[in-house]
Design a protein around this ligand. Structure first.
Ligand SMILES: [Zn+2]
Length: 87
């Protein structure tokens, strides 16, 4: 009976060790990810390729832009392209 208790404690200690290791790894990953998380929130301007925060980005025709000027320029360029394709 005492032997069983001993192994139970061993298993508990090992379980705890892995749990702490997992928690530490998760915390380290979260720290590593913080710049990536930021880049996930930024979108690329379809016109000039610059990265802009999503809340400052301009969205048009399913594309993201850094400014309305670039949104207009891109829409104009794609309209020209479509026009050229039709000819
Ligand atoms: Zn742009």
């Amino acid at each position: 009976m005492l032997k069983l208790l001993f192994w139970l404690i061993i298993a508990l200690v090992i379980g705890l060790f892995f749990a702490i290791r997992q928690a530490n790894r998760l915390r380290a990953e979260q720290q590593d990810d913080s710049p990536q998380t930021r880049s996930l929130e930024s979108v690329r301007c379809a016109q000039c390729g610059v990265f802009v925060p999503e809340d400052k980005a301009v969205r048009r025709d399913g594309q993201d832009f850094c400014s309305w000027e670039h949104a207009d320029a891109w829409a104009q360029a794609s309209a020209d392209e479509r026009h050229r394709e039709q000819e």
